[in-house]
Design a protein around this ligand. Structure first.
Ligand SMILES: Cc1cc2nc3c(=O)[nH]c(=O)nc-3n(C[C@H](O)[C@H](O)[C@H](O)COP(=O)(O)O)c2cc1C
Length: 375
């Protein structure tokens, strides 16, 4: 790790390098992390959503990963204000979002989402649908109000992800991201804490990855060979930040290898602080390990630009964990390929432009009030 503050030109030079994910060239290394905003009544993303994303693309974000958007399965979601990725009006709204982002010079993928057993109470149009998951368990291990998935449930959900991916390509998106993180449906299968199945979809890490791998394969089949498929996963879960999918690199490899073999083009390794080493004996973070184990490009994420040290380092006050130096060093040695930015980009739509142009002292600290509006 370097100990001097980076020059603006070093940040610009490293972050401005294009990167290829299968058939997609992303113009730079800055991605917007997926963030649920609940500004899409009836599941329809409107013009305000299109300008929210295109404003950030115009200001230098190379790849936008949209907020999670429900696939077409009756139990996929729980809020009528979260955008859906099925239905005529909903997809027409999404097509306009993609068009606006392209017009602004960016690239965009929808994050396809099924919440699984996290669904406690539905809202229209599927208020009465049951929650479903691998074993009918909530994340805390208690019996939920829903049920363990049957063979036909599995097939329906696989079909819903494949249909959404085909629609994404048809209406002009640049790829898809499958939400396999944070304790939602796909992660409920990956994680032993919620997957107690005794059939082929439960047991060791390879068996627990089978459902997600079948979804990846079906998605791959539904889209062109060059259309990028990104898989987001995490160790941590909602309300369980210390939970872990894999305690060793070997366990992690057992989970990721079937996903890579099924056709994942890039992994998005979700961590809360990107600078933390994932396993003992190496300072690689989760994205770094993922790249090393699978050979696929990866996105890192977690508190980029939030720590006060990030900004202070820009101002020449030296490097620290979580500083821009640390991030640039890791990018430069190819530990990972893209950097996803969440809250800092909510706070400031111009965050990427300011960083790329070296306007570091204009960066504003994060204020939670930015969650209230879609500006
Ligand atoms: C308001 C909000 C909504 C989020 N919604 C999602 C989501 O829909 N899908 C997802 O994978 N992660 C979601 N996340 C997690 C972010 O993608 C990201 O991983 C996290 O905020 C850490 O990045 P940051 O420190 O740069 O904010 C959300 C985070 C926030 C703050």
């Amino acid at each position: 790790m370097t100990t001097t503050a980076p020059s603006a030109s070093r940040a610009a030079e490293i972050l401005s390098r294009p990167v290829t994910l299968n058939g997609l060239t992303v113009p730079n290394r800055i991605a917007m992390a997926p963030m649920t905003r609940m500004f899409s009544p009836g599941g329809v993303p409107g013009e305000d959503v299109a300008s929210y994303y295109s404003r950030r693309a115009a200001a230098g974000v190379g790849l936008i990963v949209t907020e999670g958007t429900y696939v077409g399965h009756e139990s996929a979601g729980q809020s009528d204000r979260v955008p859906r990725f099925h239905g005529g009006e909903q997809l027409a709204g999404w097509a306009k979002v993609a068009e606006a982002v392209h017009a602004a010079g960016g690239t965009i993928v929808p994050q396809l989402w099924h919440v699984g057993m996290v669904r406690e109470q539905g809202e229209p149009p599927y208020a009465d649908a049951p929650a479903v998951g691998p074993s009918g368990l909530r994340l805390d291990g208690t019996e939920g109000t829903g049920r363990a998935m049957t063979r036909s449930d599995l097939d329906d959900v696989i079909g819903a992800f494949a249909a959404a991916a085909a629609d994404a390509e048809r209406i002009g998106f640049d790829g898809v991201e499958l939400h396999g993180a944070h304790g939602y449906l796909l992660d409920q299968f990956l994680w032993a804490g919620t997957n107690r199945r005794t059939d082929a979809y439960g047991g060791d890490p390879v068996a627990r990855a089978k459902f997600a791998a079948e979804i990846v394969a079906a998605v791959r089949e539904a889209v062109s060979a060059e259309f990028p498929v990104i898989f987001r996963y995490s160790q941590w879960k909602l309300d369980a930040y210390e939970a872990r999918l894999a305690g060793t690199p070997e366990e992690l490899e057992a989970i990721l290898a079937p996903l890579a073999a099924a056709g994942v083009d890039a992994f998005h390794a979700s961590t809360r602080r990107y600078w933390l080493p994932e396993f003992d004996g190496s300072d690689l973070n989760l994205a770094g390990w993922t790249k090393k184990l699978t050979g696929r490009p990866t996105l890192t994420v977690g508190s980029v630009g939030l720590d006060g040290d990030f900004v202070r380092a820009f101002a020449g006050e030296g490097a620290a964990v979580g500083s821009i130096d640390n991030l640039l060093d890791r990018l430069e040695r190819d530990e990972f390929d893209l950097v996803a930015v969440g809250r800092a980009l909510l706070q400031d739509p111009e965050w990427a432009a300011k960083v790329l142009e070296g306007r570091f002292t204009d960066l504003a600290p994060y204020d939670v009030a930015s969650l209230k509006t879609l500006s």
